[in-house]
Write a protein that binds this ligand. Structure first.
Ligand SMILES: Cc1cc2nc3c(=O)[nH]c(=O)nc-3n(C[C@H](O)[C@H](O)[C@H](O)COP(=O)(O)OP(=O)(O)OC[C@H]3O[C@@H](n4cnc5c(N)ncnc54)[C@H](O)[C@@H]3O)c2cc1C
Length: 445
């Protein structure tokens, strides 16, 4: 058995190094594990669920497995609306069992070790899962504990809130309603995060509430962001700067939260350009935590120095292992991490992976499409949609760089349905809709 493993490992390494999919397939179909699948998907969030749905119907029963430890699947893209008191957390929840296709095996466990040289993934429960093809979709983990005093603060101070976790998100609206004036602070950390627009969306919702109930007159609202701009796309960054100016919101760029002292109601921020720290008193604070890829992925041979899965940004195929693809927040694709990006990536991964399975060449290229519905009040939204380098890629035949009621309606009523379609494998982003709206004249794919 040991001899078999050594030979198998060597074969797989050689196959991968020479990038010969033929050899790799031969090895990966014959190698042994306690369970063996044609396709293993790790993570059943937005991206993993969508990919599993597509392939389990195509490949049939027993061919696809999802490794996912959680019983709950949330549409996190709706959590700004939960924090703003517009929808309930329950409206964003679905039992994981209802997300995973019936023809797909659910390995209800955590992937702990990725071994791409032997085409296996080990789980916390001690199983070795063998694959021919692997899709990694493990998203990002929240790292509240990286900020001194924050975890304790979130437990003890009802005015210290965070939309980013199912555990805390329902408290935000209570704190917004309880705020009686003073210092209101909103933060964005110096790590890649899910939806970099979300830290400011909740600020705009809070500001419009406080304006309506008269509290704003006795308040200072501050946005402390580690970024140097409001958003990674210049068109919308400029508009958002204007929104803050108009509403008297103080924006401090390149500042990062490093400590919270809930007893004194103080936060410590660092100016990233100088390393200087300063104390900011708060009466209300919304914190976006630092994030990273899950520890198990970070310690695998599949990632770059920052811990992100290294994929070709166009094909989404792993840069070293041709039978591995990535989707969603855990990859190193240089575009803001959103469910909207996942939808577009899903179509690319589905077609390119299918081509690899058939021994063909990769034909589909991801354009970096991502979207951020920047809710700016309880009835307006700027629908930012853009591709790599922040180039606008708008679906509707109107200027989406404006606060619009119509786009708020889309965010509230259309996008949650689109998310559900995506997890069933029926939605690959708005490109076809864009073509229709632009009367086929759009140059964008
Ligand atoms: C507050 C907030 C607001 C947002 N707003 C928007 C928005 O308006 N528009 C938008 O498009 N996007 C928005 N997003 C971002 C969007 O939700 C994410 O980009 C999207 O969910 C990413 O999908 P994913 O599949 O990569 O990761 P996830 O959906 O996070 O799924 C990852 C899955 O992997 C599983 N997993 C993790 N580690 C392991 C392991 N070791 N083994 C097995 N499974 C594992 C997890 O349990 C999870 O189920 C928002 C997110 C938040 C939190």
């Amino acid at each position: 058995m040991a001899a078999f493993s050594r030979t198998a490992s060597l074969l797989c390494k050689n196959a991968v190094r020479s990038e010969s999919l033929g050899k790799l397939n031969n090895f990966c179909t014959s190698a042994r594990g306690s369970k063996s699948y044609q396709l293993v998907v790790v993570g059943s969030g937005a991206g993993g669920a969508a990919i599993a749905a597509r392939f389990s119907s195509k490949l049939g029963k027993g061919k696809v497995a999802i490794i996912e430890p959680s019983d709950a699947h949330y549409n996190q893209a709706m959590w700004t609306l939960v924090g703003g008191g517009i929808v309930k957390l329950e409206d964003t929840y679905r039992p994981m069992a209802s997300i995973i296709p019936s023809t797909c095996d659910w390995i209800k466990d955590r992937a702990t070790t990725f071994k791409p040289d032997t085409c296996t993934v080990s789980t916390q429960g001690g199983e070795e899962i063998k694959y021919e093809y692997l899709v990694v979709a493990v998203g990002l983990q929240l790292r509240y504990e990286d900020i001194k005093g924050l975890t304790e603060g979130l437990e003890m101070d009802p005015m210290l809130v965070s939309n980013y976790s199912a555990k805390y998100v329902t408290r935000t609206i209570n704190a917004i309603d309880k705020f009686k004036g003073g210092q209101a602070v909103f933060t964005l950390p110096n790590t890649p995060i899910k939806c970099p627009g979300a830290p400011q969306k909740i600020m705009y919702l809070a500001e419009s509430k406080w304006k309506k109930n008269g509290v704003k007159k006795s308040s200072t609202i501050t946005y402390n962001t580690a970024m140097g701009v409001m958003l990674g796309a210049p068109k919308y960054a400029e508009v958002l700067r204007g929104v803050c100016e108009k509403r008297g919101i103080q924006v401090n760029f390149k500042t990062n939260l490093v400590e919270v002292n809930p007893e004194k109601k103080e936060a410590v921020f660092m100016k990233l350009e100088t390393g200087e720290t300063y104390v900011q008193p708060y009466d209300f604070m919304h914190v976006t935590p630092p994030m990273s890829t899950p520890t198990e992925l970070k310690s695998s041979p599949l990632v770059n120095a920052g811990g992100f899965l290294t994929v070709d940004k166009y094909t989404l195929q792993h840069s070293q292992y041709p039978n591995v693809f990535g989707i969603g927040d855990c990859t190193d694709v240089p575009t803001p991490k959103t469910a909207a990006a996942v939808a577009s990536q899903c179509g690319i991964v589905a077609e390119n992976l299918a081509a690899v399975m058939k021994g063909g060449t990769l034909t589909r290229k991801y354009d970096g499409y991502t979207a951020c519905p920047l809710v700016t009040s309880y009835n307006t939204c700027i629908m930012a949609e853009f591709a790599f380098e922040g180039v606008p890629m708008e679906t509707f035949p109107i200027d989406q760089g404006k606060e619009r009621q119509s786009m708020y309606w889309v965010k509230l009523h259309i996008l949650p349905r689109v998310y559900n379609l995506m997890t069933k494998g029926w939605w690959s982003g708005p490109a076809p809709v864009r073509k229709i709206f632009h009367l086929g004249l759009s140059k964008q794919e």
